[in-house]
Write a protein of this length. Sequence first.
Length: 448
Amino acid sequence: MSDVRARISADMPRAWRELSDLVKFRSVADERQFPRAECVGAAEWVRDAFLDAGIQSAELIETVDGSLAVVGHRAPRPGAPTVLLYSHYDVQPPGHRTLWGSEPFELTERDGRWYGRGAADCKGNVIMHLLALRALGDDVGVGITVVSEGSEEMGTGGLEDLVEKRPELFASDIIVVADTGNAAVGQPTVTTTLRGIANVVVRIDTLEGEVHSGMYGGPAPDALAALIQLLSTLRDEHGDTVVDGLPSDQTWDGIDYAPERFRADAGVLDGVGLAGSSSVADAVWARPALTVLGIDCPPVVGSAAAISPTASARLNLRVPPGIDAQQAQDALAAHLKAHAPWNARVTVEPEAVGSPFRARTDGPGYAALSESLADAFGEPVVSAGQGGSIPLCNVLAQTFPKAEIILMGVEEPLCRIHAPNESVDPREIENLAVAEALFLQKLGSSDG
């Protein structure tokens, strides 16, 4: 391990320069916000970087949603397995720039962390792959397939469609999805479950139009009040999510998630309690969770003394493994219609669903990676869930049922992915690169 560690440590200044270059691309996969040229430039940069790191061939493939997937290959020695290394180069929009302590598309070092949109999610994982591949050079017998997609954050399904149409490009024995992270800085973690997603938009109509609150307030059915009352039925008195027909008593059997650490990670204000009666780990990794994403109603500024005739909300239901996402969405729609106050008219518009995912942990790839992570970090490996969704994992599992799918990455809680001041700890990039290099060495060795 000492040689691998030394090579990667010496390569970290280059990693800073490369991540700086990659963060500069405003690669949000939405032309309404940033020019398509930003994503094209990032895709070309990633392709060229993998070619420079020893991938023998790499190409840009336009997917059904218009995004470019970087797909590259390096042939295995006879009889050796092939490992797919996944990442994505597209990023979330930066949000309000005034909330950032530095320019979001300029990599900036503060207090030992590297700040910038995509520094962790997921451009930091692109750099991690490059470090590992360069450290090994030609000293690896496994086949390597690299895949970096360009629309993961938009969820428009371009890469999923490409996997289904051209599975030969992705055929692998082991798939490393580098888009999750450790439970804490320095705590090597393999993600074993992902929650699915089932969103709906609910609308309530009660009146033909606005009416004066003084003349009609009281008996007139207020659509906004009805919506508030309806939404309140989705949480019980403890704050637990309750949807008719959905189980909500599942438990998590992996690493614990201490309430104090969760409060710090989530930025919970002093004195404000956590919602729910279960453990944090149960709540975020094993049970359904309902979030109100947005409400359409009169704004405070400019509001009149009138009763709202209509109001709507967009709801996000996170679905743990063991629950079918479509059935969860159907249950949520039925619950909303059944609990409408005053016989208000309720319309539920379903959005796309994404299935939950549970990884296998009994294969040789998982064992080899766990050993490599422990060696690289000097700490025992733990398993954790991930509250977010990665629909690609289910498509890969269905397309390659014999392949092991392993999730890891540089995105620990302090990274604040998707939020202002996203950052990455460079030690995570370095240690994960060491672990990945050791892992590939193990698989490529004669006795691996």
